[in-house]
Design a protein around this ligand. Structure first.
Ligand SMILES: [Zn+2]
Length: 368
């Protein structure tokens, strides 16, 4: 085949693959309808069993195929046969909780929690503590996407929550006020198609940090948090890669073109080992038409993170050149800077990055 034909077929295959890979799994619970049902490592009977679940138990839904459902099985991903489960939307669960618990309204000085009684954790590795202090015992380590029920707001720093059969405290900054249903209905992000490109992957590790971590790991981490936040506000989010695999640069923006995405965002981290003090955030666009998008997102990032403002510039990156949709490439901080890498590793800073991007996109869509 001619190179051109090969390229087109390959691109199309990649696009179809990504297109069908996306499952909207937000806000669903799996109820088991059999006793002693095997939980397996993967979606086939050939995968090793990792445990059992029983009638009427409920688990967060993580993923699905035609025949199998992935559940959050004590912090691991476990697969069960679709035949023996039913899937319940969060709407149903939330309404039920509201009826069960009349006192779920919480008055708070930092945000209106009155409509939130159950929420998904926006980041990974959250410590559920026995007391409202970081010195207390860790009862459990919770994963991103797991649901907790708010019991009460203890003070400005801590919230008491229930998780499975445990009751404990988590830091209050974890509550995403934007997940409030009212905001969700009003958000300018509702039904917007966002393609996120977690930079690098697989053999292409990106830059290497001062602590020998790879950029590809951080870009995926940030992208996952961002995806969660955007979906809470009703956006439809697609990834150019969902795991640690190498995908060529060319198909990445083509996915955005194919989906007629409202925005294409390529997520990166920076490095300048010869200038270890270099720090801050750069926002790049290529087309003049994307200047406005760049301003909103960059402003949101700087406002929310307080990072060094390295400004907006035009960047002739391949992923931006091939994108026919509004697109940005974000360099979200320096992995060669000791202090900045520590920030980037912390879940609360990651949340600030995501909230900055979300705020910028909301402002952009409200004005376009
Ligand atoms: Zn990069």
């Amino acid at each position: 085949m001619k190179i051109n034909q090969q390229f087109i077929l390959f691109s199309l295959a990649v696009i179809l693959f990504f297109g069908f890979m996306h499952h909207n799994v937000f806000a669903q619970t799996v109820t088991i309808e059999a006793d002693d049902l095997l939980v397996r490592k993967g979606p086939a009977t050939t995968y090793e069993p990792i445990g059992h679940v029983n009638q009427d138990e409920s688990y967060p839904l993580l993923d699905e195929t035609d025949d199998w459902i992935a559940i959050d099985y004590d912090g691991q991903t476990g697969w069960v046969s679709r035949q023996y489960v039913s899937i319940i939307d969060q709407e149903t669960v939330t309404n039920k909780n509201l009826l069960d618990n009349e006192s779920s309204s919480i008055d708070t000085s930092t945000g209106d929690l009155s409509n939130i009684d159950t929420f998904k954790l926006p980041v990974d590795r959250v410590h559920l503590r026995s007391e409202a202090t970081t010195q207390s015992e860790i009862l459990a380590v919770l994963s991103q996407g797991q649901k907790v029920t708010i019991v009460e707001k203890t003070n400005d720093d801590w919230i008491k929550v229930n998780w499975q059969d445990k009751s404990g405290f988590i830091p209050s900054w974890l509550i995403d006020y934007k997940s409030n249903k009212v905001n969700k209905l009003n958000s300018s992000l509702k039904d917007k198609v966002i393609v996120i490109d977690p930079g690098h992957g697989g053999d292409d590790v990106g830059t290497i940090s001062i602590t020998d971590n790879y950029e590809k790991k951080y870009t995926l981490y940030t992208s996952q948090i961002l995806k969660n936040q955007l979906e809470l506000l009703g956006a439809k989010v697609y990834f150019t890669r969902e795991d640690d695999f190498y995908y060529a640069l060319t198909p990445r923006p083509l996915l955005a073109n194919y989906l007629a995405a409202d925005v294409f965002l390529s997520i990166h981290y920076n490095s300048e080992p010869q200038h270890p003090s270099a720090s801050g955030i750069n926002t790049y666009h290529l087309k003049d038409a994307d200047q406005d998008l760049a301003s909103y997102v960059h402003q949101g990032l700087i406002d929310n993170t307080g990072a060094n403002d390295r400004g907006i510039a035009t960047g002739d990156y391949l992923v931006l050149r091939l994108s026919k949709r509004p697109g940005l490439l974000l360099e979200l901080g320096f992995l060669s800077n000791d202090h900045e890498e520590k920030e980037i590793q912390s879940p609360d800073y990651q949340l600030k990055i995501s909230e900055g991007i979300v705020e910028g996109l909301e402002n952009y869509f409200s004005n376009h």
